[in-house]
Design a protein around this ligand. Structure first.
Ligand code: MN
Ligand code: MN
Length: 298
């Protein structure tokens, strides 16, 4: 547990998140957004814990820009920008939804309210299932639906999903939060017409190392070493390796590593009824009296 690094990463991530919240992104491409937000994280002295996600409308999560991705934000879109900063592998994971259609302002607010209410209940020993209940109750009271199969998670050094889940609905059993452990809480919300679940989409543009076992292909092995050296076991994007390899070759080498199961690819997650999804997220460390929300504005 390295509280100092968690706090430092949290300060950087929350400053960047507020910059994202206050900026007008209409007309910008997702490539420009991801590159700009990642640049802001680095400018402040952290590394990116994962590629910035810019997931539009019914895409709930796990979309990051392809190299020169032309998809552009329209004046009716709702965009979840999920970003991560890390210092020595200690991660701050936070997200904001920007919305340009007033019809969905309530949806965005319900994700923010669910997160705020959840944070207000936290101290060491609180049950994860009770956090899920708070999130679910807040969202349903406002007439919306939580996404049941997305959840927050415990964090560890160089590990975003460290094994424990913070649910967005009430469920039986579960664990109690430990003092001096880091967690992320991330309510996802859809409309009354949504199914309240996500499914895997076809697109996969976020990757992470799975194993460092060599492949017998010298250039693929060089990419394997490059990934380990630069990203450790944390997620990365094709955008992050085209600085070293030309795009076509980078794709081919990446596909070799995926086939050999040295790298895994994460599909985008889409609301089952293709309804819009909003998200809010904080990283926090519980203590005996309450909680340190590392990504709260100081
Ligand atoms: Mn996140
Ligand atoms: Mn997260």
């Amino acid at each position: 547990m390295q509280t100092e690094q968690y706090i430092k990463a949290g300060k950087i991530a929350s400053d960047v998140r507020e910059m994202v919240r206050n900026k007008d992104w209409i007309g910008k491409s997702v490539y420009e957004i991801c590159e700009e937000v990642e640049g802001e994280i680095k400018k402040r002295g952290a590394k990116c814990a994962f590629p910035v996600n810019a997931s539009i409308n019914e895409i709930a999560a796990h979309y990051t820009a392809e190299p020169n991705d032309p998809i552009t934000i329209k004046d009716t879109d709702l965009v979840k920008i999920d970003l991560g900063a890390q210092i020595d592998g200690y991660i701050a994971d936070t997200a904001v939804t920007v919305c340009y259609d007033a019809q969905f302002d309530g949806l965005v607010q319900s994700a923010e309210d669910a997160l705020a209410n959840a944070m207000s209940t936290i101290k060491a020993g609180v049950k994860a299932s009770d956090i899920g209940r708070t999130i679910e109750t807040t969202i349903k009271k406002m007439g919306f639906k939580p996404i049941a199969n997305l959840s927050g998670h415990s964090l560890d050094q160089y590990t975003i999903h460290a094994g424990k889940s913070i649910p967005n609905i009430w469920s039986i059993g579960g664990f109690s939060l430990s003092e001096n452990s880091a967690y992320a809480c991330e309510p996802f919300v859809t409309t009354g017409d949504g199914g309240g679940f996500v499914r895997n989409g076809q697109i996969k543009n976020i990757f992470a190392l799975n194993s460092r076992k060599k492949t017998k292909n010298a250039e693929a092995d060089r990419l394997l070493d490059y990934i380990w050296t630069n990203f450790n076991m944390l997620p990365f994007a094709l955008r992050w390796i085209v600085k070293e390899w030309e795009e076509k070759q980078a794709k081919e080498l990446l596909n070799i590593l995926i086939k050999k199961k040295a790298v895994q690819a994460y599909p985008v997650l889409i609301e089952v009824n293709e309804q819009r999804v909003a998200q809010a997220e904080h990283t926090f460390i519980p203590n005996e009296d309450g909680v340190t929300v590392t990504t709260r504005i100081q």
